[in-house]
Design a protein. Structure first.
Length: 200
C-alpha cells in the first residue's frame, strides 16, 4: 500500500507542466527618445486561446499582473491586475494590448516573420516558451513607445499543477485508510473482549 501511494505522489510530480507564468521585461524609448521600461507577468493558462491551422491566433482576456513602467527612471503607469489581448492574422502582422482600469496601458505591433511552432493544446505557453515577443513600435499610455529589447523569463512556482492535485488527494486518502486498518481492533476467539492488535 505504501509503495502504491509513493508511486502516485511521485508520479504526479512527473506530469508535464502546461501552465506557467512568464515575466516580460521591455526596454525602449518614447517618440522623444526618452528611455523607458515596461514590466509585467503573464499567466499562460489564462484567457481564451485560439490557434488556427493557417497560423493565425488570438489570446483574449489574458491575465496580466504586476504591470509597471517608467519613463526616464521615474515611475509612470502601473496596475496590480490587467487584461491582455494578443492577436495575429494570416500575415506576420498582429498586435498586443494591455488594458487596465483606466484604459490602455501598453500596446505594441507584432511582426512574426520567422516560423513559430505552437502547440494547439497550450498555445500561449508554447508561444511564450519560445522567447517570442517581438520588439516593435507601440504605445505606453498616451506616449509613443519603441520597444527595443524584450526579455522573457519563466517565473518559478511551487504550486502543483491542477492535474496533480487529484492524485495527491488520492494518495493521502489511501494512506489514511492504510493506517486505520493497521490499528483496527479485532475480536479474540477465546473471549468477548476486544484485543487491540494489528491485522497480519
Amino acid at each position: 500500500m505504501g509503495a502504491l501511494i509513493l508511486t502516485l505522489v511521485c508520479g504526479s510530480a512527473a506530469l508535464p507542466a502546461t501552465a506557467q507564468e512568464f515575466q516580460i521585461d521591455i526596454t525602449g524609448e518614447t517618440g522623444d527618445q526618452v528611455p523607458g521600461t515596461v514590466s509585467f507577468d503573464i499567466s499562460s493558462s489564462s484567457g481564451t486561446q485560439v490557434y488556427n491551422a493557417d497560423s493565425s491566433f488570438s489570446f483574449t482576456n489574458v491575465a496580466i499582473t504586476n504591470f509597471s513602467s517608467s519613463i526616464n527612471g521615474a515611475p509612470f503607469l502601473s496596475a496590480t491586475t490587467a487584461t491582455g489581448l494578443w492577436a495575429k492574422d494570416v500575415s506576420p502582422f498582429g498586435g498586443f494590448q494591455i488594458t487596465g482600469p483606466g484604459g490602455t496601458l501598453f500596446s505594441t505591433e507584432t511582426d512574426l516573420a520567422t516560423g513559430i511552432a505552437i502547440d494547439p493544446n497550450a498555445p500561449l505557453y508554447s508561444f511564450l516558451s519560445q522567447d517570442i515577443f517581438p520588439a516593435s513600435l507601440g504605445g505606453l499610455g498616451n506616449l509613443n513607445f519603441d520597444s527595443q529589447v524584450v526579455k522573457i523569463t519563466p517565473v518559478a512556482t511551487s504550486a502543483p499543477e491542477p492535474g496533480s492535485l487529484p492524485l495527491i488527494a488520492l494518495g493521502g486518502a489511501l494512506l489514511l485508510i492504510s493506517r486505520r486498518r493497521q490499528i483496527a481492533p479485532k475480536w479474540s476467539a477465546d473471549s468477548d473482549t476486544r484485543i487491540q492488535q494489528p491485522f497480519d
